[in-house]
Design a protein around this ligand. Structure first.
Ligand code: NAG
Length: 380
């Protein structure tokens, strides 16, 4: 009898978190202590991320959070995203023009804080008199872990490009950026990926040095899955992009192109390699569709598999965005499938459950089948 009641309560709690996920997430969010991540960087200990394990999630629309950047780092996300607009000689961060304010710039929200964190992670002192050849990243538990800064160009991509490049100069000088040296990619603490209206032609303009990488169209990748020549991090004799530069469309339609589907992106999938791109991404709902039957159909899974195989064969990291996120049970089901299939980055809005929950691993049946309670198993 008592066990029955306990079971009922667990089930009821599970139902609530399944169907009202955001409310529960919010309350968890607000109860998280934020003191350690005070924006006063001067008080930070150098081991500020000592207890944080990096997780391959990309914090989507990160600037909406109470503490942009820091919420994502605290959750262990190894990717953050900023939508940037060029106005009046500076880059402002926001989802739409209405949300822009003079204080919220790429520098103030992202570049300056990241630069300070890296400065303290790589401090030069009497105990450590010279800077390291390979600088440490933002995560103490894994200093070699790169943090991906995804910059979504919202208005004129050609005009935005030089501003982003200029603002990255301090990082370049400190050897903080992942770069391509003409033959190899050398990973640094920060990997800059550009998307939206970012022009592919600017990414590949210099064949000898690049530190802003493209967000390649994942939708094209399934076509190369069988035929792709594996391309590792090292690309001998330049890279395929140079040979086919002439195929890059020179005109683009106006408006936001969306991530991984920039109008400036060449449509020949064999152009993309680590020499010019980092992620390959696509809108999940547009490319794969909704799991109407409670499961992704075998055709949907096959498409995911082919896209991932094609992107990996080209040495690119797979990222899906606009993944159905509600109810929570459905979101977890899709995340489990994607991770099992080998996706590299999950675009997440809900940092807490992405990094702390166990997503119902080990559950069988469609996502709505009960019981909706967490199980300790992390297998399957
Ligand atoms: C690029 O870096 C790799 C690995 O460090 C090195 O072997 C190669 O010689 C470099 N290439 C150029 C053109 O500097």
């Amino acid at each position: 009898m008592l066990l029955g009641i306990v079971e009922f309560i667990i089930l009821a709690c599970g139902l609530i978190t399944t169907f009202f996920p955001d409310e529960v997430d919010d309350s968890l969010d607000s109860s998280t202590p934020t003191g350690r991540f005070s924006s006063d960087l001067g008080r930070w200990p150098t081991d500020f991320s000592a207890d944080i394990q990096p997780v391959a999630c990309a914090s989507h629309n990160d600037y909406w959070r109470k503490e942009p950047l820091f919420s994502a780092l605290r959750a262990g996300c190894t990717g953050v995203e900023a939508d940037v607009w060029l106005f009046d000689q500076d880059l402002f961060v926001g989802h739409s023009t209405q949300s822009l304010t003079p204080e919220r710039t790429l520098r103030s929200l992202y570049l300056d804080p990241i630069f300070k964190i890296l400065g303290s992670q790589n401090s030069i002192s009497a105990f450590h008199p010279s800077s390291d050849i390979q600088p440490s990243g933002v995560f103490d538990t894994k200093p070699s872990q790169t943090l991906v800064l995804l910059i979504d160009f919202k208005n004129d991509g050609d005009a935005i490009w030089p501003y982003v490049s200029d603002q990255l100069q301090p990082f370049r000088e400190k050897n903080y950026l992942t770069y391509f040296n003409g033959s190899s990619v050398i990973e640094g603490p920060i990997t800059v990926v550009v998307t939206g209206n970012a022009p592919f032609s600017s990414v590949v303009a210099n064949p000898h040095y690049r530190d802003m990488f493209f967000d390649a169209p994942l939708a094209l990748m399934d076509k190369v899955a069988e035929s792709a020549i594996p391309v590792g991090a090292s690309v001998p004799n330049g890279n395929p992009a140079d040979a086919v530069r002439s195929t890059i469309p020179s005109t683009r339609s106006d408006g936001d192109q969306g991530q991984g589907q920039s109008g400036s992106a060449p449509t020949n999938p064999s152009i993309y390699s680590p020499a010019n791109s980092y992620y390959a991404s696509v809108d999940f709902r547009a490319s794969i569709g909704f799991p109407w039957r409670g499961h992704l159909s075998s055709q949907q899974k096959e498409k995911i598999r082919m896209q991932i195989a094609g992107a990996h064969a080209r040495g690119l990291k797979v990222r899906y965005w606009n993944v159905p996120s509600w109810p929570k049970g459905l979101r977890f089901y899709i995340w489990r499938v994607l991770v099992r299939e080998g996706v590299d980055y999950l675009n997440v809005d809900d940092l807490h459950s992405a990094t702390k929950g166990n997503w119902g691993w080990g559950r069988k049946g469609p996502w709505w089948s009960g019981p909706w309670r967490f199980r300790p198993s992390t297998t399957s």
